[in-house]
Design a protein around this ligand. Structure first.
Ligand code: AMP
Ligand code: MG
Length: 419
């Protein structure tokens, strides 16, 4: 058996980041930014008003009060978007709206609330000091200041900063092209009636949806029987069109395990036993001849175990970091939190447990309980509906007791993640 870290290290060592495309900002949301970008022009670009009110010379109104208001002539009206820069002499003011450039002669803004709102003459009943309610050009960012870095996520916030700093496009990594092949002669399409022995193929949906959440572009999702020839045909049709192919099922020691039977002899895909539960049997490698020409780089292939909880955990622990690394993300592993166990649960001897879990954030901190009420079998696909993350329990622990602190990963779609 090998450790999870060793298997993940193999995966990441074989993962070559994909090239980037420059796309309009609106098309970049959720993708990984592929260039480090500095601010193109000052933010804000002009010195502008922070309030609706009047642009004044502060000296004119330094002594204004309710009892001793000051009257000024209003000589201009400055809405947001205006380019006007009217002269303002002593005793004069310009009506100004939030965001409009402040005239060079003015050095303070009096909010409309401290005035009578006059249009030709304004009565000001509060003092102003120089600079008040003025947003200075460049106070947020100066041209050349760092803005976003390569490997970060094009979040809503990053996109708004990029747009404000003068950009209309951004380089983002190409989406990994990914296909899912579910293997198993027992599988039928979701919603189909079941003959004895058949089950709905849930892994296709599970893995393809997770892949999309992690930035992949789906090339195809196919279901094949345990006939090796069917799997072979599917690989032939997909090999040249994919960066990653995720297979589920058929990687164990059974008599009808086509993935292992077809892919292990060529030596490019390795089948390992990893010290985790679930997810012990793992296949990983790069597809080569005869599916890919000798001089071409074939897709990365994951052979995940077929049990749905095993496939889920295996995707999260191995495929997800690979997809992030393909996209050049600076963070490929999920952040872990400490959580208090809400109840006791059993753990497998000698292997690290990855338990589908319900993670709650309460006033008292983060808590965790198993998603499956009745044990932790890797076939308990119904329990996945209650999982919003997983708990990681060290191989040396024999039982988790209520109140123990355990490590958890709370799942967030990468498209949403501000990693
Ligand atoms: P295998 O890894 O092929 O030995 O499959 C292990 C278990 O997972 C068996 O009970 C399969 O029926 C089940 N299984 C395999 N593939 C899928 C799938 N695509 N959807 C749901 N269950 C599956
Ligand atoms: Mg099978």
């Amino acid at each position: 058996m090998i450790e999870v870290e060793a298997q993940l290290a193999d995966v990441l060592a074989a993962t070559v980041p994909l090239p980037s495309d420059t796309v309009p900002l609106a098309a970049a949301h959720g993708r990984v930014i592929a260039e480090t970008v500095t601010t193109r022009y000052a933010l804000p670009p002009w010195t502008n008003s922070a309030m609706d009110g009047y642009a004044v010379r502060a000296a004119d109104v330094a002594a204004a009060s309710k009892e001793m208001p000051v009257a000024l002539d209003v000589i201009a009206d400055l809405p947001a978007g205006t380019s006007a820069d009217p002269r303002i002499l002593a005793g004069q003011a310009a009506r100004i709206m939030t965001g409009a450039p402040v005239p060079a002669d003015a050095d303070a803004i009096v909010p409309v609330e401290a005035t009578d709102g006059g249009e030709e003459r304004v009565i000001i009943s509060a003092p102003a000091t120089p600079g008040v309610h003025i947003r200075r050009a460049g106070e947020d960012r100066q041209p050349g200041d760092p803005l976003v870095s390569a490997g970060s996520r094009a979040s809503a916030e990053a996109l708004s900063a990029l747009a404000s700093a003068g950009y209309g496009t951004i380089a983002v990594s190409r989406r990994p092209r990914l296909a899912v092949i579910a293997t198993g002669s027992e599988l039928v399409a979701p919603g189909e009636p079941l003959a004895r022995g058949q089950i709905p193929d849930s892994n296709s949906l599970l893995i393809s949806s997770l892949a999309v959440e992690n930035g992949a572009e789906l090339v195809d999702v196919v279901r094949v029987s345990d006939e090796v020839s069917e799997l072979d045909a599917a690989l032939r049709s997909l090999a040249k069109r994919c960066d990653v192919i995720v297979l589920t099922g058929g990687v164990s020691m059974g008599a009808y395990d086509p993935v292992k039977e077809l892919l292990s002899p060529d030596g490019q895909v390795h089948f390992s036993k990893v010290a985790m539960q679930p997810g012990k049997p793992q296949g990983f490698g790069r597809l080569a001849e005869p599916w890919v020409a000798d001089d071409e780089l074939g897709p990365l292939v994951f052979g995940l175990p077929g049990n749905p909880v095993s496939a889920w955990v295996s995707f999260l622990v191995f495929v997800r970091p690979c997809l992030r690394a393909l996209q050049g993300a600076s963070t490929v592993e999920d952040p872990r939190l400490s959580a208090r166990a809400e109840i006791d649960w059993r753990t497998p001897p000698g292997r690290r447990q990855y338990l589908p879990a319900r993670i709650r954030t309460t006033d008292a901190g983060v808590t965790v309980s198993p998603a499956a009420a009745r044990g932790s079998g890797s076939h308990l696909v119904g329990s996945l509906a209650d999982a919003n993350g997983y708990a990681i329990v060290d191989a040396s622990v024999e039982r988790v007791y209520e109140g123990d602190v355990v490590q958890v990963v709370r799942l967030v779609s990468d498209v949403d993640a501000r990693l």
